[in-house]
Each structure stands twice: as structure tokens, then as C-alpha cells.
Design a protein around this ligand. Structure first.
Ligand SMILES: [Zn+2]
Ligand SMILES: [Zn+2]
Length: 386
């Protein structure tokens, strides 16, 4: 089960930078590119790196309002202030840097739709909190939603499925398609009672014609790999079978990792591999392989680099090495120190350290099972999906 994989990237992604004190660090991207290079993936015959180009204003307007674009431009010129209540600071060059991330996701969509790649990954994308008239939660333009609208407009796709595995609820994406059954949104995230943005409950199911086509899986804090995979397996494969999407877009935030400084989930790196394994099998069965992966959250730079590298390995069918290459581990250690962090397991591709068990596993699994059961009952009232 092969198929060519495109990795859409640009050094200009690094200009998406909210300042040295901000938790979203561009170094996670440079560390990822360096890791895939050093383990030899750039020489793999099925992997192609494609340069991203900025999205046009017309493309941004597939989701955002003209007034919001003007607002972003004004703040960009001033180079100070915030797009929201304090998480997303404005900076000079913000408009073009944000348009570049969106352009990468649109390029990924084109490569897949035009048969140049079977699967495409834009690690610069995944900005799921932005919505029509607002930026929020480190996100200026919502490339996830824009990509879905672009696929509808340019390729006339009738059914698009968006899966969002970021630790935070994909609220901007949900809002964009809340009354639209032609885009099924599914978000797995830490329960909104404990984490930003405080939404994504089971009873948020969509409205009007879209009712039942918005699926939320709020997870308790300390959800661990096995419990997470239980939920993913119970929800995603049945939805793919019943909804029969033309393509799947997955936002791949990895801030669910137990070492992430902003959240309290407890996933290990192998969980991301297993998620991709499940999804990869599904797309080859259901969408002729059409799969777009986007980046997302992840605030421990080495962990993000490893997680996304492991995902690419899985798509390519490459067995990752057990140890990171020595030059990479030095780069990671140096980068982490510069950022004021301690590097985590720099020499291991997976973690040596185990997630802390601050909560009883049995209880977490029980809550996850109850949540899945309840959400299936809730969705079934409105749409024939489960
Ligand atoms: Zn494949
Ligand atoms: Zn997140």
C-alpha cells in the first residue's frame, strides 16, 4: 500500500513568529526538516518536498471577511496589539506569513487532487481557531477551513471530512461548517471545561441542514494512548464508512503528548503513528488514498519534530530508527537550551520516560467509553452516521 507523499514546506514558514516569549516556536519546523533529512527520508523515492506559495486574498476570502483581512493588515502595519485577548500578538509581516501557511495547505490539496501525490502534509498548517471575522489561539487565518472550501470550489467535491486531533477544540473550523452537511467536522480534544477554547461538547452537533454533521469527542485530562486509540477507532472508521467522503483532511496537532507544556493529555509518540496507520488504511479503502495532513499545536519542539517525522515514516512505510542521529540530537539540545527548556530524550526516537500517572487509568478509560457512547447516541438523533 504505497503512494507518493508530498511534504509542502517553505523557509518562509519561519516568519510566522509571535516573538521569543511566545510558546509557538518556529524551531519545531526546522528540527522536523532536519530530522527527516538526517534519517534519510529526503532521499526516499516516494517523498517529494514541494515549496509552498502564499495564498491570494481571494483564497483567504473563501472563509474570512474583507473587514477581517483589513483588520489583519492594519495590525500588521502597526506591528503591535493583539488579534484576540492576549494569545495572538500582531507582528510586522503577519499577513504575508499567515498567507504562506494557508498557501501551503492549498498546495497540498492541489497535489493530491491532481494526482501528483497520494498524500500531502503541510506542517505549517492546522490553524483551526481562526474564523470568519477573528483570529484566535495563535491562529490568524484558518487554512483547514479554507482548504475545504477550496476543494469544493476548484474541484467540486461534494463531501469532505475534517478530523482534528489537536489537544484544543477546532472551534474555528467547526463554526465555518456548522450548518453545512457537505463538510463533516470531527474534533478530538481535551474537554473544554479544562482547556482553551472551552468549547467542543457532545451537544454541539451543528445546526439547520448541518445538524448531526459536527462531531465532538471531548476527552478527560490524562487520556493515555490506549484510551485515545479506543476513541479514535470507535469514531473515525465508522464515520468514514457511513459518510463516504471524497477526501479526508486531518489537522495533526501533537499537543496531546504528555510532555507538552500547555496541556494535560498523556499520549506517547507511538500513538501518532497508530492514528496515521488507521487513517492511512481507511483512505486507501475509501478515498482512493486522498489524504491531506496539516500541522497544528505542539509546544515541545523536539517532540513535535519526532511526532511529525514518525507520521511521515508511517505514510511511506519506512521503519524509523530507534535512535536519533547524533548531529540532530546536538541541534535539538542546543535549540532547547536556547529556548530555556531541557531537551527531552534527545537521543531516542521514542520516549524513554513514561507519562506520569496522576490519574487512575481505569477511570480515564471508563470516562472515554461513556463519552463515545453518549456522542454516538446524540449524533444518531440527527444524522445516520453511527
Ligand atoms: Zn498510502
Ligand atoms: Zn492545540
Amino acid at each position: 500500500m504505497g503512494g507518493k507523499v508530498a511534504l509542502v514546506y517553505s523557509d518562509k514558514y519561519l516568519e510566522y513568529f509571535f516573538g521569543p516569549e511566545h510558546p509557538l516556536r518556529p524551531q519545531r519546523l526546522t528540527l522536523m526538516m532536519e530530522l527527516i533529512r538526517e534519517i534519510g527520508l529526503l532521499d526516499h523515492p516516494d517523498l517529494r518536498v514541494v515549496e509552498a506559495m502564499a495564498a491570494s486574498e481571494e483564497e483567504l476570502k473563501l472563509v474570512h471577511s474583507e473587514a477581517y483581512l483589513q483588520h489583519v493588515k492594519r495590525l500588521d502595519e502597526e506591528g503591535r496589539g493583539y488579534l484576540d485577548y492576549g494569545d495572538t500578538p500582531a507582528f510586522k509581516g503577519m499577513f504575508s506569513a499567515s498567507a504562506m501557511l494557508v498557501g501551503g495547505s492549498l498546495r497540498a490539496a492541489e497535489l493530491v487532487m491532481e494526482g501528483e501525490a497520494m498524500h500531502a502534509f503541510n506542517p505549517g498548517g492546522g490553524m483551526h481557531h481562526a474564523a470568519r471575522d477573528r483570529g484566535a489561539g495563535f491562529c490568524v487565518f484558518n487554512d483547514v477551513a479554507i482548504t475545504a472550501r477550496y476543494l469544493q470550489k476548484k474541484y467540486n467535491l461534494k463531501k469532505i471530512m475534517i478530523v482534528d486531533i489537536d489537544c484544543h477544540h477546532g472551534d474555528g473550523t467547526q463554526e465555518t461548517f456548522y450548518s453545512d452537511p457537505s463538510v463533516l467536522t470531527v474534533s478530538f480534544h481535551e474537554d473544554g471545561r479544562f482547556l482553551y477554547p472551552g468549547t467542543g461538547f457532545i451537544n454541539e452537533v451543528g445546526e439547520r441542514e448541518g445538524k448531526g454533521y459536527c462531531v465532538n469527542v471531548p476527552l478527560p485530562p490524562f487520556t493515555f494512548t490506549e484510551a485515545y486509540l479506543y476513541a479514535y477507532n470507535e469514531v473515525v472508521p465508522p464515520l468514514v464508512k457511513s459518510y463516504e467522503p471524497d477526501i479526508i483532511i486531518q489537522q495533526c496537532g501533537v499537543d496531546t503528548h504528555f510532555g507538552d507544556p500547555l496541556t494535560t493529555e498523556a499520549l506517547t509518540l507511538d500513538c501518532y503513528e497508530k492514528i496515521i496507520e488507521i487513517l492511512h488504511n481507511l483512505v486507501h479503502e475509501a478515498t482512493d488514498g486522498k489524504l491531506i495532513l496539516l500541522g497544528g499545536g505542539g509546544y515541545e519542539v523536539g517532540c513535535v519534530a519526532k511526532a511529525w517525522t514518525l507520521m511521515i515514516c508511517k505514510l511511506l512505510g519506512v521503519k524509523p530508527p530507534e535512535h536519533t542521529p547524533p548531529t540532530w540530537r546536538e541541534l535539538y539540545a542546543r535549540t532547547a537550551l536556547e529556548l530555556g527548556d531541557a531537551p527531552r530524550d534527545p537521543d531516542a526516537m521514542y520516549e524513554r520516560e513514561k507519562p506520569p500517572l496522576t490519574y487512575e487509568k481505569e477511570r480515564v478509560l471508563e470516562i472515554v467509553k461513556e463519552t463515545v457512547k453518549k456522542l454516538k447516541e446524540t449524533i444518531s438523533k440527527y444524522a445516520p452516521l453511527f
